[in-house]
Write a new protein. Sequence first.
Length: 262
Amino acid sequence: MFKLRLSIVGYLNSLPLSWGFIHNQSKDVFDYDFSPPSLCADQIAVGSVDVGLIPAIEYQRITNLKIVPNLSVASKRKVSSVLLISKVPIQKVNSIALDKSSRTSVALLQILLKIRFKLNPLVTSHEPDLKKMLHYNDAALLIGDSALTANITGLYHYDLSEEWRNETGKPFVFAFWAIRTESGLTSSTQFLESYHYGVSHLKDIVKQQSRKLSLPQKQISNYLKHCIDYSLDEENLDGLLLFYELANQLGIIKGNRKLKFI
């Protein structure tokens, strides 16, 4: 039987969405690939995978995609894992190293630099190593597990989701499941089942990731329960649409395609 190829992101924040898939739910429908967000987007763009949890900005850059409804990796206010970390106050930042595994967060930072901070610093792409990033730059953008485990003692840090909320009054959507239209997949059932499995096994995720990331279980549990929102509700959709509108206005994307769902 022909199976669709599904790309899974291994970051902590996405595990509740993928936990059912990781534990072999829907294995009769999907073969699995494990990739960072940026590579996942590249794979779905060229068709080497059919389904992936893509950075939200990539929906506007990749043609022939549809979105799985009701699910996302979003934050209503503070996300704690998308941080601008700086040696100096934000107003004095002249150079920023960008986590090369990030795309949506880079676009979000570009928007905030323009509309909130009124800055135009020099930016470069870099592997997510905070010490090296700050060696030649005033600030660094870190995302995901790298941000959660970074030692930011004595440094300035700005939570980009919180800054977005303070500026716009809206939540921020970082990623969602996207499907290549030609895959023919028309049901979101498997994705909802995987997420519900993840929620029901949240303690297992917390224990595993506490060992992996060397972080307290309480911190990881709080992060998954209170920092990340897994819905794609009306409020989150409003925030997503505003993000696309501003990204288009600032030339970060070319055009602003309407959202299409399976």
